[in-house]
Design a protein. Structure first.
Ligand code: AMP
Length: 282
């Protein structure tokens, strides 16, 4: 049976009215569109435990620290509506920039320490853009649960911290990373990779798995684990690493020695396309 298209709302007023009449519980899935199986897995999870599944599709200018990245971000409304509906979305908020940030908008939501390393250091302002939009979405949706991918591990931690700190009563649910058969984590930016870059991109996964193998063989030195990832990346000429990290999974502080759980993560550029991936240990 073909899934029906979800109801689409554009303005804040329309969203508020749709939610007032919507059956509960509500599950919220925030996205920037260009939906792929990673997004679909979040929507399916939301549909399995919600009567209303609200997917938001908004390429949030505040979280882009490079204008070209914002302009080149893939957008396809019709395909996104079909994909969202097929995965179980019942309501889609697709606002214009002015609907989200009307004239006079002046608020920034910023989490402090957790946003300093990794993506925060590499992409100034990015995580503040994320927390600002997610605070708006959580506030408007009033959902019982909101679903985020482990793919953006730091984003998930920061959003969880923000929701806790601000007393937002929405449960933040973490969903596993969905990958291509060759290990590349699905990302809307993958379509911008040239064929030879696409062929090289699974090196992120191989680097993470090389460090995991060292860990499983007993290695607990943080620098040795970071070195194992750097060595694999260095063998791929098209890959330009931005950072590799072996950090505490709660604070994101780099670890000298791994004594408990850890988070391996990295950001790697292939030309203009920047990819991230991560792997939890322990
Ligand atoms: P984005 O549209 O890239 O902002 O992503 C929207 C949500 O989908 C975020 O919570 C991401 O972490 C999640 N997501 C993106 N790619 C994946 C993936 N490959 N596996 C699981 N979740 C993902």
């Amino acid at each position: 049976m073909a899934a029906s298209l979800p109801r689409v709302v554009r303005t804040r007023v329309e969203l508020r009215a749709a939610l007032a009449a919507a059956p509960r519980p509500v599950g919220l899935v925030p996205t920037m569109g260009a939906l792929h199986e990673g997004h679909a897995s979040l929507i399916r999870r939301a549909a399995s435990e919600s009567r209303t599944v609200l997917v938001t599709i908004f390429v949030n200018p505040l979280q882009f620290n490079e204008k070209a990245d914002f302009e080149k971000y893939p957008r396809d409304e019709a395909a996104d509506l079909r994909a969202a509906g097929a995965a179980g979305a019942t309501l889609v908020w697709m606002p214009a920039v002015e609907d989200v940030y009307p004239a006079g908008f002046q608020t920034t939501v910023r989490v402090a320490g957790l946003t300093e390393p990794l993506e925060g250091a590499a992409r100034p302002g990015h995580l503040e853009g994320v927390t600002t939009i997610v605070a708006i979405l959580l506030g408007m949706a009033g959902a019982e649960r909101a679903y985020f991918g482990q793919k953006d591990a730091q984003q998930l931690l920061v959003v969880r911290r923000m929701a806790g700190d601000l007393g937002i009563g929405t449960e933040i649910v973490s969903c596993p990373i969905v990958r291509e058969a060759d290990g590349l984590a699905l990302s809307s930016r993958n379509v911008r990779l040239a064929p030879e870059q696409r062929a090289a991109a699974p090196v992120l996964r191989r680097a993470l798995l090389a460090a995991r193998a060292r860990y499983e063989a007993g290695e607990r030195d943080g620098e040795a684990l970071r070195g194992a990832m750097r060595d694999v990346l260095a063998a791929e000429p098209l890959a330009a690493p931005e950072y590799v990290s072996c950090a505490d999974p709660e604070t994101l502080a780099e670890l000298a020695t791994v004594t408990g759980p850890a988070l391996l993560s990295m950001a790697v550029r292939f030309g203009a396309v920047r990819l991230i991936d991560n792997e939890p240990l322990g």
